[in-house]
Design a protein around this ligand. Structure first.
Ligand code: NI
Length: 174
């Protein structure tokens, strides 16, 4: 397995729509495994392939708390097929927007369909923070970031700080 570099905002690659995979073959399995390792290392609770520069509909997540057994979820072509009317708010962060957090309201429960690591179609009901996490990661596959769900004022503030940080990094590299 290998650690993959994570793209941080602002970056046009985070705004693109990812393509479905034909099947979970060895290449996709390797991508899933590398993404999971990268996510644990970061550390984070979710990661989508566009965040590592791969425009495929692949996401990984694990919302187990420290001390709990790991509960990795590896999904290709994830889709939300049902969603509760009820919405719930959690504070979200993102490995592509380091150090920034904001409250986002999302469906409290969702039913998802996806291809698992063995290329089997699965349907699963998820709720609570895992439901939020999966919605956040599926958003990445459509070029949507969590800041796209918050006020323009707060989004502008976060993006300005990230842009400034990126310029400083470029200067430090030069
Ligand atoms: Ni994210």
């Amino acid at each position: 397995m290998a650690l993959l570099p994570i793209i941080t905002a602002p970056d046009p690659r985070l705004k693109l729509v990812a393509s479905r995979v034909d099947a979970v073959d060895d290449g996709v399995r390797r991508l899933m495994d590398d993404m999971l390792e990268t996510m644990y290392e970061a550390p984070g609770v979710g990661l989508a392939a566009p965040q590592v520069g791969v425009l495929k509909r692949v996401i990984v997540a694990d919302v187990a708390r420290s001390g709990e057994a790991p509960q990795p979820m590896l999904m290709a072509n994830p889709e939300i097929i049902e969603a509760s009317q009820e919405r719930v708010m959690f504070e979200e962060g993102c490995l592509s927007l380091p150090e920034h957090f904001a409250d986002v309201k999302r469906h409290e429960r969702i039913r998802i369909r996806y291809l698992d690591r063995e290329n089997e179609i699965r349907e699963q009901d998820v709720e609570g923070f895992l439901a939020t996490c999966v919605q956040h990661e599926i958003d990445h596959l459509d070029g949507v970031l969590f800041v796209d769900h918050i006020s323009g004022l707060k989004r502008g503030m976060i993006m300005r700080k990230l842009t400034k940080l990126k310029k400083q990094d470029v200067k430090a590299d030069a």
